[in-house]
Every structure is written in structure tokens, then in C-alpha cells.
Design a protein around this ligand. Structure first.
Ligand code: ZN
Length: 102
């Protein structure tokens, strides 16, 4: 039998009968290959575009994303899932951490 524990609170979800929630997150550089800088527009616009295309060939955004993408997967119990969707980045928790009475 596959054993599941909550990645946040450590609760055993195998026997609790509570729902199990899976959270998947992906982090990658917000790189835009079509971004045109002011320098690119100095001269001939068509030349700037062709330079831009050449730049894309040498390093595509896909390559960048592949090497720098970080994927995360978490199993959460229903309680932690509820907390997570209310505050996915934990900003609330971060601010209240010192005052927590748990
Ligand atoms: Zn939990």
C-alpha cells in the first residue's frame, strides 16, 4: 500500500480518510525572446528584427526554460490544502510566524 503523508504538517493521510491534494508548482525564468530593447531600434528596424531572430536561434527560450526550470510536487492534507489555496506563497504565514500560537 502506498503511504502518503502531508508534506506540510506530516499528517498520515493513508488512514485518516481525508482527501489528499496534490500541488504542482513550476519556477522558470520569465524570459521573453521577443523583447525588443531600445538599442535594437537604433538603426534599420528590419535589421534589428533579423538580429533578434539570429539571437533566438543561438539560445531559444525553450533551452533556457529547460535548464532553469524547477518543478515541485507536494501532497497536502485537506487542512493544509485549504491554507495553501488561500495563501499560495505563504506571505500571510511569513508575517504571522513570530506571533503564531500554534
Ligand atoms: Zn497537512
Amino acid at each position: 500500500m502506498v503511504h502518503f503523508t502531508c508534506d506540510l504538517c506530516g499528517k498520515d493521510m493513508t488512514t485518516s480518510g481525508d482527501g489528499r491534494y496534490v500541488v504542482k508548482m513550476e519556477a522558470y525564468p520569465g524570459f521573453d525572446p521577443n523583447e525588443i530593447k531600445e538599442d535594437d531600434l537604433d538603426d534599420d528596424p528590419m535589421e534589428a528584427v533579423s538580429q533578434l531572430l539570429q539571437r533566438d536561434e543561438s539560445l531559444s527560450s525553450e533551452d533556457v526554460a529547460k535548464t532553469q526550470t524547477k518543478g515541485f510536487r507536494f501532497d497536502l492534507c485537506s487542512t493544509c490544502h485549504h491554507k495553501f489555496v488561500r495563501d499560495p506563497l505563504g506571505k500571510e504565514t511569513l508575517h504571522q510566524f513570530d506571533f503564531s500560537k500554534n
